[in-house]
Write a protein that binds this ligand. Structure first.
Ligand code: GAP
Length: 504
């Protein structure tokens, strides 16, 4: 079923206009995808929710937009030039290069994240893993840097790189924003933007791409405040779902309060507060079932080279047959600002009420495309007569479809007027009068539109319409004058039968 499910999702994505491989008329380019009209709408909504939620956590959190091409010094300072590397293994026979840790994980089911080159080679031999392309012997192991170099200018071009993460845009601008925002900490700088990585083995559609979107929030704070947050008391009893490193073998998730995580697991309050906020985003806003969600601890060399604490956020995806990383919460200390201070020779020290220090950073980092893919995986469902994408109502590509029951007798004109009225109220709606009403419902079910609004002969007499729920297929009758308000409440999550009398 999982592979079958993936095929079905990809089929809908292409046929209905969500996403497909880029430059497809030329055969496509591996690791690159384009979002089509519905996919773009879904992505924009996810980003909008993310923006509203995370920027809303503090009045000193702000969004910025920064360049995708940055000079080499930026990445010398951040450590990416030296450390943003992946282990690769080469086939002696056909010269094919594979990412060593991923190949091992695929063949054995165990994670080899952060393992040394010696260990990877040893394991490849132990498990008798051969070249997936030609079956030849894999033996030459090494590393490659994943950044895309770019030469800027002509004559004596400047060596630069496409940004491998949005984060550096926030660090190189921190100093100026701190001044412009009147020297207040914590200060949050969010960027929703592109990241570029020359992945050796891009795969699993939107899960491992070479160009992708990240939504990242860098929170700069006084390191002496790492163990406090003014709102910690509000989350201290809130229970987090954790997979600590030592529980990895059993896979058993520990469900413990934030207070317990601070006192027994030794994580600082500032960090744990944001873990709680991330979990609440997934469970309460994106409506992910708790059993599909967990934080996974990374330790030792598994952690990104800039992190002191590193927990990934993982969701259980049927297509991938397991939990997969969709985001991360990282304590990057002053790694980046100190690096930039050293290379740029610009001071990153701040003066807050006479106290001088280099701020530390907690980073909330989300892969937007992975989250979009997760939405498909979790939302896809099949019933006898239909396939349906049960996206959360607030993150569906459109709010409602508006349909005249038949395309004659004045019904299309009336339906158009309802459609225009809903548009004027700010809803994302679409109009469709082609085919039977049953087929039109199937169509909106398949693309995950939560509401269907039908204009029939009674509408002409009573000025009311039917409102149909994608998930239950139940319908209620609603006065046109009440429709904007009822539709809003429905999209916010109210049950259809609490909004009106069900039609038998
Ligand atoms: N600024 C920190 C950072 O970039 P990361 O773990 O390398 O950390 C953050 O990436 C998130 O970006 C990941 O949790 C994942 O959701 C997403 N991501 C990373 N590599 C990706 C890829 N090749 N394709 C799609 N998404 C990716």
């Amino acid at each position: 079923m999982p592979e079958d499910k993936l095929k079905k999702i990809l089929n809908i994505a292409k046929r209905r206009g969500f996403f497909w491989q880029s430059s497809l008329i030329y055969g496509g380019l591996s690791g690159f995808y384009d979002y089509a009209h519905l996919g773009m709408s879904l992505k924009r909504r996810w980003e909008g929710l993310w923006r509203r939620y995370f920027l809303g956590l503090d009045d000193n959190f702000h969004e910025i937009q920064t360049s995708y091409i940055m000079p080499e010094q930026v990445f010398r300072a951040s450590g990416h030039l030296e450390s943003f590397i992946d282990p690769v293994i080469k086939c002696k026979k056909c010269l094919n290069v594979e990412r060593a840790d991923q190949l091992l994980e695929e063949k054995t089911g165990y994670s080899f994240e952060g393992a040394s080159l010696e260990r990877l080679l040893e394991m490849i031999k132990k498990y008798n893993i051969t070249c997936p392309k030609c079956g030849g012997k894999l033996e030459e192991i090494g590393v490659i840097n994943m950044m895309f170099p770019v030469d800027v200018g002509v004559g004596k071009p400047v060596r630069a790189y496409l940004t491998p993460e949005t984060a550096q845009g926030a660090y190189v601008n921190f100093k100026y924003e701190f001044e412009a925002l009147r020297r207040r900490l914590p200060l949050g700088l969010a960027i929703i933007g592109r990241a570029f990585r020359n992945e050796i083995s891009p795969r699993n559609v939107l899960m491992r791409m070479r160009e992708f979107t990240q939504a990242e929030l860098q929170i700069f704070f006084d390191p002496d405040d790492i163990d406090k947050h003014p709102d910690f008391d509000k989350v201290k009893g809130y229970k987090l779902r954790l997979l600590p490193a030592k529980a990895r073998k059993s896979g058993e998730i520990t469900v413990v309060s934030c207070d317990y995580v601070v006192k027994k697991l030794g994580l600082p309050r500032f960090y744990v507060y944001y873990m709680a906020k991330i979990q609440q985003f997934y469970l309460d806003v994106v409506k992910i079932k708790p059993e599909r969600f967990r934080f996974r601890e990374l330790v030792g060399d598994e952690k990104a080279f800039y992190n002191k604490y590193h927990w990934d956020i993982e969701l259980y995806l049927d297509c991938m047959k397991g939990f997969k990383e969709v985001a991360g919460i990282h304590y990057r200390t002053d790694h980046d600002l100190s690096g930039h201070q050293k290379i740029s020779e610009e001071s990153m020290t701040v003066d807050v009420n006479g106290k001088k220090f280099i701020p530390h950073v907690v980073e909330l980092s989300f892969g937007v495309d992975r989250n979009i893919f997760a939405l498909f995986d979790i939302a896809y469902d099949e019933e006898e007569e239909r396939s349906v994408l049960r996206f959360p109502r607030i993150i569906s590509p459109l709010d409602a479809g508006v349909f005249p029951l038949v395309s004659r007798d004045g019904l299309p004109e009336k339906a158009r007027s309802v459609y225009n009225m809903l548009k004027e109220h700010g809803f994302d709606v679409f109009y469709d009068e082609s085919g039977s009403i049953g087929r039109r419902y199937r169509r909106i079910d398949e693309i995950g539109i939560p509401a269907g609004i039908t204009i029939d002969y009674d509408t002409l007499k009573k000025d009311d319409v039917t409102l149909r729920d994608r998930d239950t297929m139940n319908q209620i009758r609603v006065k046109i004058s009440d429709l904007p308000q009822i539709l809003k409440r429905f999209l916010e999550g109210e049950k259809l039968d609490s909004l009106g009398k069900p039609i038998k």
